[in-house]
Design a protein around this ligand. Structure first.
Ligand SMILES: [Zn+2]
Length: 338
């Protein structure tokens, strides 16, 4: 089954083996074996149910992803795994600002991911694009700067893979969506797709605000929408796609253990959805595993339809979609004017 991935973070999806190799190369590894390293990178049994324990897993990858070449390499490794899961359209997302600690500029951190994607494109027939994330806790001013950086690397300005969307993520409480109105406006004028992490740690009002004030095209997680029927009807009416991350939602506590996953309610209401991994490494998941888990409730045909429909909600601009089958990489390069 061909799959579409619309919500996957670079930092939480670096294969353990790649992190371990780069850690060893730079002599940064905090533990003696790869198995021990894995426990630090992947959420373990007994650690589920709290967002903070989940976020703890993102510290070590940042030790290596402060350097241009490392960033490009981890992206190639992530794309390779996606390809192994039969993903044919991949939107990765990434917060540039947390990759500037060693001196890379914001623009360089974005460009590093795109370099990785362009390298991967020569090997795997996957449509790709990058969503730039601003972190809520760093405030609206930084978010505006990031939105401008995102636009400057936008796909439609370049003859290669580029930035396709803008997202705000991080601590929802105390950082309401409305504060980020201007940054979303910059992204909208710059013709980027708009999405936001909302309703993961806050109630339905956070999703209302994202839809009404920011005018987003998609919502990341959106779990708390199930508490508000008029919101559900609104999402269906305006065709706001919800990027659903089944495994991650139980691990972070966004959905309580034993409670049905919101994706089933979304489908009942006719809301467009996407099946997403969020973080393949931290969540110990993959596109195959997510679809496998959902097959308890959804038939293969239904899963197939979800992926087909999700493709239509991709931020990769349709006219820029290139179904590259790299039979002859040189030829493909020429066509892209390199
Ligand atoms: Zn996410």
């Amino acid at each position: 089954m061909k799959k579409v991935e619309l919500h996957q973070h670079v930092d939480g999806s670096i294969p353990v083996d790649m992190t371990w190799r780069l850690m060893k190369k730079h002599r940064l590894h905090p533990v003696a074996t790869k198995r021990e390293m894995e426990r630090l990178l992947v959420l373990q049994e007994g650690e589920e149910g709290a967002l903070l324990r989940y976020l703890d897993k993102f510290h070590y990858p940042q030790w290596i992803t402060q350097f241009y070449e490392n960033i490009a390499r981890v992206v190639v490794a992530i794309v390779e795994e996606a390809h192994q899961n039969n993903v044919t359209l991949l939107e990765l997302r990434y917060a540039p600002i947390i990759h500037t600690y060693a001196g890379l500029t914001l623009r360089q951190t974005i460009s590093a991911v795109l370099t990785g994607m362009n390298r991967a494109k020569k090997k795997y027939p996957i449509e790709m694009g990058l969503i730039v994330i601003a972190m809520r806790q760093q405030g609206p001013h930084i978010a505006r700067i990031l939105a401008r950086q995102a636009v400057s690397e936008a796909q439609h300005f370049h003859e290669r893979t580029g930035v396709i969307g803008f997202d705000v993520a991080g601590a929802e409480r105390g950082n309401p969506a409305r504060l980020f109105k201007e940054s979303f406006e910059i992204a909208r004028v710059g013709k980027l797709g708009l999405t936001i992490h909302a309703g993961e740690d806050e109630g339905p009002e956070a999703i209302w605000e994202a839809v009404d004030v920011l005018g987003v095209h998609r919502i990341g997680h959106g779990c708390s929408a199930v508490k508000d029927k008029s919101l559900l009807r609104r999402l269906a009416k305006d065709k706001v796609l919800v990027e659903c991350c089944f495994t991650s939602n139980y691990q972070t506590g966004a959905v309580a253990f034993g409670a049905p996953h919101p994706i089933l309610t979304f489908l009942e209401y006719g809301i467009p959805v996407a099946i997403c991994t969020d973080n393949t490494t931290v969540s110990n998941t993959s596109q195959n595993k997510e679809n496998q888990k959902l097959s308890q409730w959804l038939s293969k045909e239904q899963l197939l339809t979800i992926h087909e429909q999700a493709r239509g909600f991709s931020f990769i601009r349709p006219e820029r979609r290139m179904n590259l089958r790299p039979i002859n990489p040189k030829l493909a390069d020429n066509r892209r004017g390199k």
